[in-house]
Design a protein around this ligand. Structure first.
Ligand SMILES: [Zn+2]
Length: 254
């Protein structure tokens, strides 16, 4: 049985900075605190979770989603889909890859953010305009929350593996890739294994089918434990990625 609790914290709240400016000592203190926070966190996208139109805290089976919406007039359907997709895929990803993943995740719908979505620590920022243009691309959630599960920190492994694994997870656990028209691309001569995202995800799928069923799980763990080296490829598959790629493009069906 799934148990869901929902707490609507505040609606139509705007941080009133002018009031605090009337108190010099308090404002100095706030400045010191905010400076410390700014140093301790990733600077982009900008983190300001104190100005929002809606904030919900939703709990389900021991996992908490803090949902902050900064977009006036955001579709209720989209909010529901983002939250449902999170609770549908995140527990599965934790179970498959990292049972110690964060129990508390924050989603911020931020019209000031220009990319599609970005994840830092256990916080995902989404650009609402992306969903205006691609309303079925809900598995952006699956890709992004996989980054939370990956939790690689300052890993010594290459970024193309990080993104390849996140798209592999989307391919395997996505709730509606078909509806979004999202699929692993056909192989072309101009591709290479380190193209990352879907190209690498397709390559990983082939490796799983032909070389090592647990390749992605093992590579993910190695990346998280900062144990990556070229030798891990040979250990997991018997070959270097370049050798595997040659074999793959000669016989690429999955
Ligand atoms: Zn990514």
């Amino acid at each position: 049985m799934s148990k869901t609790t929902r707490l609507t914290v505040m609606i139509s709240y705007k941080c009133n900075k002018q009031q605090t400016m009337k108190l010099p000592i308090l404002s100095l203190l706030l400045w010191l605190i905010s400076s410390t926070i700014a140093i301790a966190t990733t600077p982009s996208p900008v983190q300001d979770d104190n100005s929002f139109t809606e904030s919900d805290t939703i709990q389900q089976n021991g996992i908490t989603l803090i949902y902050i919406n900064k977009q006036e007039g955001l579709s209720v359907d989209l909010s529901a889909k983002l939250q449902e997709t999170f609770f549908a895929v995140y527990p599965k990803l934790c179970k498959a890859y990292n049972r110690k993943s964060a129990r508390k995740v924050t989603f911020v719908i931020d019209p000031a953010y220009d990319g599609v979505a970005a994840t830092s620590d256990a916080r995902v920022v989404f650009n609402p305009r992306w969903f205006d243009q691609h309303p079925n691309d809900i598995d952006v959630v699956t890709h992004e929350v996989m980054h939370i599960v990956q939790d690689y920190g300052e890993t010594n492994g290459p970024w193309w593996i990080t993104e390849g694994i996140a798209d592999y997870a989307r391919f395997k656990f996505g709730v509606d890739n078909e509806g979004a028209g999202w699929k692993l691309p056909d192989v072309t001569e101009t591709q290479n294994y380190d193209n990352s995202y879907r190209v690498t995800a397709r390559f990983f799928t082939w490796i799983v089918q032909n070389k090592n069923k647990k390749f992605v799980e093992k590579m993910d763990k190695i990346m998280r434990e900062h144990r990556y080296s070229d030798a891990v490829w040979v250990k997991l598959t018997g070959n270097s990625p370049a050798e595997l790629w040659k074999e793959y493009i000669a016989n690429p069906q999955i």
